[in-house]
Write a protein that binds this ligand. Structure first.
Ligand code: UT7
Length: 321
């Protein structure tokens, strides 16, 4: 028994912030942002919009594309690090919106790897008979937790949501998922405060993302290279078998390094970072939905999804679409 992606959906807030807009907010240039990151513009949520609002749009679109109604969904897994509230978890809030009553709603906090983590968990539920129709979402509103005076982070992060419906299938489907974490790197990318930790008055902007960018960059490139090898080896496949790389969209240079590792031309990589920035847990399902809806990704294609984020957390999924 395998799980298979029956439908995809995504959502981006209406407001677009360009690099030129950012030039008016912090000391930066369009040229610096484009050449160092590949980002040209990004979407920013409206003041009254929430992560659950974005997740709902993406979920409804995925359900529509899979031809699935709310009564069929028996598992919700949502990756987010920017939930609406401390609790109920965003999956519960979403459940109420969709009129789903009873099935488990799991929220995963794994930063940018949240969707891959969610996919891995839902896949295991389906393969072991624990679920028959799973809604898996990655949704984040990082613009709410960036310091808009810190040019090293505020030019990178953005908002959005992506979703898939997973159903059981005799044929793969999701061939394998691989998820990892190493908390030894927790000081390179983090938000200082949460709920239980005492506020440190010496730390400014305690609720905002802090990142040692160039150190994260180096670990990300190496780690993603390793997980590509791990994924191919687990499936006894050569890199030439992959039709599409669907990477986390943090930085064009990181994406290019992973594509190079796979000997893949950039035409075989779904790249959205120029238009969407880094949407954290939403970036992989947003890229997947983009590739599916514009007709590049077709049924039967072999996809390699990968992500890397704060924790550090990282993961991959090999999928026969
Ligand atoms: O999604 C989770 C995982 N996150 C990532 O994977 C992000 C990984 N890191 C990166 O993508 C890159 O490291 C960054 C895009 C964040 C930064 O690029 P970089 O090439 O590593 O630059 P840097 O941090 O080494 O900074 C180079 C220079 C510095 O100036 P000095 O010290 O050389 O004078 C920075 O102050 O660029 C400066 N700088 C900026 N200049 C203009 C940093 N941010 C900006 C900015 N505009 N926005």
């Amino acid at each position: 028994m395998y799980s298979r992606i029956a439908g995809t959906g995504s959502y981006l807030p209406e407001k677009v912030l360009t690099n030129f807009d950012l030039e008016k907010i912090v000391e930066t240039t369009d040229e610096w942002i484009r050449t160092r990151t590949g980002i040209e513009r990004r979407h920013v949520a409206a003041p009254d919009e929430t992560t659950c609002d974005m997740a709902e749009h993406a979920a409804r679109r995925a359900m529509e594309s899979a031809g699935v109604g709310p009564e069929e969904i028996d598992l919700i897994v949502i990756g987010t690090t920017t939930p609406d509230q401390v609790f109920p978890n965003t999956g519960c809030l979403l459940q109420a919106r969709l009129g789903i009553h009873g099935p488990p709603a799991i929220q995963i906090e794994a930063a940018c790897s949240g969707f891959i983590y969610g996919l891995s968990i839902a896949d295991r539920f389906i393969r072991t008979g624990g679920a028959k129709c799973a809604l898996v979402i990655g949704a984040d509103m990082l613009t709410r937790i960036v310091d808009w005076t810190d040019r090293t982070t505020c030019v990178l992060f953005a908002d959005g949501a992506g979703a898939v419906i997973l159903k059981p299938s005799d044929e793969a489907g999701i061939m394998s998922t691989h998820i990892h974490a190493d908390g030894a790197y927790s000081n390179l990318l983090y938000v200082p405060t949460g709920v239980s930790k005492k506020h440190d008055p010496a730390v400014a902007n305690q609720h905002c993302v802090i990142m040692k960018g160039s150190e994260v960059f180096k670990v990300a490139v190496n780690t993603l290279g390793r997980i590509v090898d791990e994924t191919l080896e687990a499936n006894h496949l050569d890199k030439s078998a992959i039709d599409w790389l669907v990477p986390h969209q943090a930085n064009m240079r990181i994406i290019q390094a992973t594509a190079k590792k796979l000997d893949m031309p950039m035409e075989k990589v779904i790249v959205t970072v120029q238009d969407q920035g880094n949407t954290s847990a939403a970036s992989v399902p947003l890229a997947l939905d983009t590739g599916v809806r514009d007709g590049r990704i077709k049924r039967g294609d072999l996809l390699l999804l990968e992500a890397f984020g704060g924790g550090f957390t990282w993961g991959s999924a090999l999928i026969r679409y």
